[in-house]
Design a protein around this ligand. Structure first.
Ligand SMILES: [Zn+2]
Length: 330
């Protein structure tokens, strides 16, 4: 549990950096400003595939809660909204010797959801060699094979969205993935949903209704804001909006908020699809082979590769300090 908590905090911090990096001008590239004055919506409705990382054990677990309960509710909410074939990306390090985690993954699969590879133990590619990273991906495979049945588990989600802090490392891992028949599960929408996970557990333990109300409101505000900004960024990166993949985590809080998040997406005109369908779009054939320490979304990497800079309108930042301190945090 200790190491899981440390991992979650590290994950939150790095993802926060990724999100701000996603909205900042890439460094070390010639500036080619593309101010966004008019948002041009798609002629057709926007599309999004939901995806959930860190299964089966995303974030902390409060007393009385189980991974089975969380994933049972999560799949129930998805099915209630007629959303099927969602990819949950697995770190199998949580499975051996943990019947709750094993059963939770069975629940996920029995509900018609898919699983993909998120490495065995969630390393940061920036901090390890390509060879040890590849070995960590391979170590996940026997468990994916065991739980996936005949479904396609050859989708890979980079932890922390770190695809390489050098071009050589980026290309080396890409070569390994290609040789082992993986597609990369890119991300275009990310609002750091997991940063709300452990604050919720603390506030819930304190029965702090006012703090929980703030967590719910700020989660939705942050989601609405980042999804809009990231859609605007795509217009510079690709010339138009592309079908999206939204990064979420299988935490208790995101499970609690999922009906509201689905409603928000529906109100914005989104229709739901799956990762394999979304990534049939030709935009995803492009490999932005760039060095991006700290990682970032697919759009951020494409902007960097194409030497483009986005100037976005002023927007409130994610309330990370308050999240980290609320209900007796750090
Ligand atoms: Zn992760």
């Amino acid at each position: 549990m200790q190491s899981r908590l440390r991992f979650t905090l590290a994950c939150a911090a790095v993802l926060a950096l990724s999100a701000s990096a996603a909205l900042a001008a890439p460094q070390n590239t010639p500036a080619k400003p593309h101010p966004l004055t008019h948002f041009r919506p798609l002629k057709r409705h926007p599309i999004v595939a939901l995806s959930f990382d860190d299964l089966p054990a995303a974030g902390g677990l409060r007393p009385g809660m189980t991974r089975v309960k969380i994933l049972t509710r999560l799949t129930r909410e998805l099915r209630a909204a007629h959303i099927k074939g969602v990819y949950g990306n697995v770190n199998a390090v949580d499975l051996p010797g943990d019947p709750d985690c094993q059963q939770a993954l069975r629940v996920w699969r029995a509900a018609g959801m898919n699983i993909g590879n998120h490495t065995w133990s969630h390393p940061e590619l920036d901090k390890v060699t390509a060879a040890s990273y590849d070995a960590n991906i391979a170590r996940d495979e026997p468990y994916l094979r065991q739980f996936a049945g005949k479904s396609n588990w050859h989708w890979f989600r980079y932890p922390y969205l770190e695809e390489g802090n050098t071009v050589a490392k980026h290309l080396a891992v890409r070569r390994w993935l290609h040789a082992h028949h993986y597609r990369v599960e890119e991300v275009t929408l990310n609002f750091n949903d997991d940063d709300w996970g452990d604050p919720y557990l603390r506030c819930k333990a304190q029965h702090n209704a006012a703090a929980i109300a703030w967590l719910k409101a700020s989660y939705m505000q942050n989601a609405a804001e980042y999804i809009q900004l990231e859609r605007e960024e795509q217009q510079v990166a690709f010339g138009h909006e592309i079908p999206n993949v939204l990064l979420l985590h299988g935490t208790e809080f995101t499970t609690l908020m999922l009906p509201r998040l689905i409603t928000l997406l529906q109100q914005q005109g989104f229709r739901f699809s799956t990762v394999p369908r979304v990534e049939r779009n030709h935009a995803y054939r492009y490999d932005p082979a760039v060095a991006l320490p700290g990682g970032g979304s697919f759009t951020t990497m494409v902007l960097l590769a194409r030497h483009r800079t986005v100037y976005l309108p002023p927007h409130p930042p994610e309330p990370l300090d308050k999240l980290n301190s609320i209900c007796g945090g750090e």
